[in-house]
Design a binder for this molecule. Structure first.
Ligand SMILES: [Mg+2]
Length: 243
């Protein structure tokens, strides 16, 4: 059972929102691995690029209803398999797709380099709020498995990371937007909506970015935010802002 670790300390310093997937640990890479297995399975009927296109379309319609995460992904693969094979896909292959979902759920947590040290350091000076989107049970299980949960004052698993959700979270915790900094790997989820409510954001890019998380260049006009190579670079930016 998940327990809240500690009370939020009211202070004048920033409150940090920290993303989890691909900011603290590898995530997309696991999905890409399964996607490759899926492309291979479907290669009897279609080329990887065609399978990928159909899968993305199904993900776009699944996410608003089923949310981000493994449930949506597995549903999208099954639908895509039925469509592309025109119903020829066999039950044993559908079963295989479901087992890939289990593989994702049970995958070990692979922390990104330097994350634990960086969190330890940030935790000494700031209140850390983990903000992640996806399946509630899976996301919470990953936080517990990661061994990082003690660094966080609270864990928020949300359905979407948009302006309304960030406003709601800041309201709920009584956080002044000027004192809030979101840190994460996705410009669309961790940076742009946060800047639009008058808070700050620090981008920590990851080596993989899901197609649905890539902003178009128009969205990047007139916005400015620091980019750091890894979580270890965040402290310096914060100290610069505090001056
Ligand atoms: Mg992320």
């Amino acid at each position: 059972m998940f327990k809240y670790k500690k009370q939020h300390q009211v202070s004048n310093s920033f409150i940090l929102g920290i993303d989890a997937d691909d900011t603290l640990w590898e995530n997309e890479a696991l999905f890409y691995e399964i996607q490759d297995r899926f492309f291979e399975l479907m290669s009897h009927w279609s080329e990887p690029s065609e399978t990928n296109g159909a899968l993305l379309e199904n993900e776009k319609t699944s996410i608003p209803v089923y949310g981000y995460g493994v449930t949506s992904f597995v549903r999208s693969m099954v639908l895509t398999a039925i469509e592309i094979s025109k119903g020829e896909i066999e039950t044993k292959d559908i079963t295989k797709i479901f087992s890939w979902g289990d593989d994702l759920i049970n995958a070990p947590i692979d922390l990104l380099p330097g994350v634990e040290e960086a969190l330890k350091d940030l935790h000494d000076s700031y209140s850390l709020l983990l903000i992640t989107k996806g399946d509630v049970l899976h996301q919470r299980a990953k936080v517990e498995k990661s061994g990082l949960s003690d660094f966080f004052w609270n864990i928020e698993v949300v359905g979407e990371k948009d302006t309304d959700i960030y406003k709601m979270l800041l309201d709920r915790y009584g956080i002044n937007p000027e004192k809030f900094v979101m840190i994460g790997n996705s410009i669309i989820s961790d940076v742009l909506p946060v800047l639009s409510i008058g808070a700050k954001a620090i981008h920590v890019p990851h080596h993989t970015t899901w197609e649905l998380e890539i902003p178009d260049s128009k969205e990047l006009e007139n916005v400015d935010f620091p980019v750091v190579e890894n979580l270890g670079g965040v402290k310096e930016i914060l100290l610069g802002w505090n001056k």
